[in-house]
Write a protein that binds this ligand. Structure first.
Ligand SMILES: NC(=O)C1=CN([C@@H]2O[C@H](COP(=O)(O)OP(=O)(O)OC[C@H]3O[C@@H](n4cnc5c(N)ncnc54)[C@H](O)[C@@H]3O)[C@@H](O)[C@H]2O)C=CC1
Ligand SMILES: O=C(O)C(=O)[C@H](O)COP(=O)(O)O
Length: 380
């Protein structure tokens, strides 16, 4: 069996090696020639999988190690009788860590307490619902807009109510059809409905926000804050827009090592199921121990002071913002620099792989650290 895989997908040989011969290809440059003899095709978000790529090939199954599926023509796959799976939720915790790090950093700059913020989440799926849970446990007031979800446990509200919050965080797929398309969901009217000093975070897909409208809005409202992980013209980045946003990163919100391994593993599970083969590999054995395993603080440390530092030790979004700005500033080919940053992304672990040491009877602090997503170890 021949398996063609994106070169940026980890642990493919370790998982799929016993199923067939693995060939690696740069995802953004993948051609029909690369895939014509393949049985299984494993991609990430940068490969457009459609008739142009697959017609006349022997591909029987396509797996994308991503949550998003807007790069896949699922109707074509169905019509051509080609099996398909994505990796729902694989890097959802990583995106939540990203949003929390962004909020911590912006609150620090503004000398605001994070727990005083109201947060409006757009899209209450795998990422959105985890974000709601974590923020609520941290004491923030959270509401969410999702016209496709009916769940009494979620704090659902209208889009207008969500847009009126201090923070608006987007977690929707990119869609262009149906009653609720998300293409340019955040356009001039939506931006105008937001507070003048609101924080907008987009870690979903670039075209969900009309980047031109956003630029004009930012020029007119100096207190409006923006965090962009995804860009409408990706892998191109509009230099002018990057200069205007508070934090800008190279589509890496989901790039924890845990999230990437989960993605490959989830499609390994789906491929085994498709082929009717037993799964011989287990993910926990493959994930390396995080470099930073324990973080301890002096007894009596105040959670409000410790929490931001802890988040920044675990994942500091400002590092990724600096990397993007530096790369773009000196770049003659922005798209190549953007992809280089993503390919060479430093190892990052999810908060849940970090342990914080607390005193045995420190019940409140224990609950707060757990709420933030960290593991808690009791000091002996
Ligand atoms: N920046 C990054 O690295 C990453 C980006 N993503 C993006 O985030 C998106 C969301 O991820 P998940 O939560 O895992 O997806 P999901 O499919 O679990 O949830 C998406 C939610 O959005 C809702 N939705 C759809 N249209 C909507 C609309 N017009 N208004 C409000 N809600 C709407 C759906 O009902 C669903 O509940 C993915 O589709 C992907 O494009 C995901 C992972 C990493
Ligand atoms: O899972 C998703 O959806 C994402 O956006 C991925 O994290 C994007 O990563 P690549 O597939 O572009 O490497």
């Amino acid at each position: 069996m021949k398996i063609v895989a994106d070169e940026n997908m980890p642990i493919v040989e370790a998982l799929f090696g016993e199923l067939g011969v693995v060939t690696r290809v740069p995802g953004r440059l993948m051609t029909p020639e690369d895939v014509k003899d393949a049985d299984i095709l494993l991609v990430r978000s940068v490969t457009k999988v459609n008739q142009d790529l697959l017609a006349g090939s022997s591909v029987k199954y396509v797996g994308t190690a991503t949550i998003g599926t807007d790069h896949i023509d699922q109707t074509y796959l169905k019509d051509a009788n080609i099996g398909f799976s994505n990796a729902p939720g694989c890097n959802a915790q990583s995106v939540v860590d990203y949003v929390i790090s962004a909020l911590v950093c912006l609150c620090q700059d503004e000398e605001r307490l994070m727990k005083d913020l109201t947060v409006g989440v757009v899209g209450a799926g795998n990422v959105g619902s985890r974000l709601i849970q974590r923020l609520k446990k941290l004491g923030l007031k959270v509401i969410a807009y999702d016209p496709f979800v009916e769940n009494e446990d979620l704090p659902l509200a209208t889009l207008d109510e969500v847009l009126a919050c201090d923070v608006v965080s987007l977690h929707v797929p990119l869609t262009t059809e149906g009653e609720y398309p998300t293409l340019h969901l955040i356009d001039e009217p939506a931006l105008n409905a937001m507070q003048d000093s609101a924080i907008l975070i987009n870690s979903s897909r670039g075209p969900v926000v009309n980047n031109e409208s956003l630029k004009q809005h930012l020029k007119a409202r100096v207190n409006f804050k923006v965090v962009l992980d995804v860009w409408e013209t990706e892998p191109e980045v509009d230099r002018e827009l990057l200069d205007l946003v508070d934090l800008g990163t190279a589509h890496i919100a989901g790039y924890s090592l845990d999230g990437k391994y989960n993605g490959t593993f989830q499609i390994y599970e789906s491929v085994c199921k498709f082929l009717g083969l037993p799964m011989r590999k287990r993910l926990p054995q493959m994930l390396p121990e995080p470099d930073l395993v324990h973080v301890g603080f002096a007894s009596g440390a105040n959670f409000d002071e410790v929490f931001p530092r802890l988040v920044q030790v675990a994942y500091d979004i400002r590092r990724d913002d600096r990397l993007l700005r530096r790369a773009i500033a000196k770049s003659t080919k922005i798209s190549e620099s953007f992809d280089w940053l993503r390919k060479n992304y430093p190892e990052r672990r999810e908060f849940s792989s970090l342990s914080v040491k607390v005193r045995r009877n420190d019940v409140t602090t224990t609950a707060m650290y757990e709420a933030a997503g960290f593991k808690v170890k009791v000091k002996s």
